[in-house]
Design a protein around this ligand. Structure first.
Ligand SMILES: Cc1cc2nc3c(=O)[nH]c(=O)nc-3n(C[C@H](O)[C@H](O)[C@H](O)COP(=O)(O)O)c2cc1C
Length: 215
């Protein structure tokens, strides 16, 4: 990285005023550590406490800073409070029975249990649109992913664990009904947050040579 004085001044200029003491070598190392040390934590490993009210506010504000072509804000999130977890558990169970009428009681119970694990649970909804062809769904989906990643990184920076969960119940009519999804909206995944009970080993990330070429 070029950290010559001229470049440092130019980079400082584009940083927020709060970062007047911007030091590229320090900030970039922080960013790299934050990004590369984030890992998906299964809801099984997440315990209380979840994010505080102010932590949650910061996490949500991070989503709002995602790149957003056309400024459509093609996402929304729905918190599932403890008092409504039983409703979600029922959706998981009934969606399983719809798919597999022969599901065992253990399987149904395991499906139900997924609704109760994480201290903070929210649904990620992609607003892919019905009448707004200007920004195609693919681009909107990128924006949704960026918003989610911003949240994961902010949660990680706060010392919280986070993980995404999805599954075959996501597109079900029962899920759509519970969350009152409208036409053009899709249930993408759940964002789980809490305190990490037991950290797992980090995975090896793919090498850049695996995903970069030059035209
Ligand atoms: C949209 C989406 C849905 C996901 N759903 C699940 C899931 O249902 N179960 C799961 O174990 N991980 C799920 N993940 C997390 C990935 O498995 C995880 O990111 C991947 O294993 C890489 O691990 P890392 O995030 O720790 O680097 C999901 C990730 C994304 C982006």
């Amino acid at each position: 990285m070029d950290t010559s004085p001229r470049n440092t001044a130019a980079r400082t200029a584009v940083m927020d005023v709060r970062s007047r003491d911007y030091q590229p070598e320090v900030e970039s190392e922080f960013a790299e550590t934050l990004i590369t040390s984030r890992q998906n934590t299964s809801p099984r490993r997440l315990v209380e406490p979840g994010p505080s009210v102010s932590e949650l506010a910061r996490i949500l504000r991070a989503a709002a800073a995602a790149p957003d072509h056309g400024l459509l804000r093609p996402w929304r999130f729905v918190i599932v409070p403890k008092a409504r977890r039983a409703d979600l558990a029922e959706v998981f169970a009934l969606a399983l029975i719809d798919r597999d009428p022969g599901a065992t009681l253990d399987q149904i119970e395991a499906a139900r249990d997924k609704a109760h694990r994480a201290p903070m649970l929210m649904l990620v909804v992609a607003r892919l649109g019905v009448d707004e062809a200007r920004i195609p769904p693919l681009e909107r989906m990128v924006s949704v992913g960026c918003a989610v990643q911003n949240m994961l990184l902010m949660a990680h920076s706060l010392g919280l664990g986070s993980g995404l969960t999805s599954g075959q119940a996501m597109p079900s009519a029962r899920m759509r009904g519970l969350f009152q999804l409208t036409e053009g909206e899709e249930a993408v995944c759940f964002l789980n947050m809490g305190t990490v009970a037991k950290r797992k080993l980090g995975r090896a990330h793919p090498g850049v040579q695996d995903f970069l070429s030059t035209l």
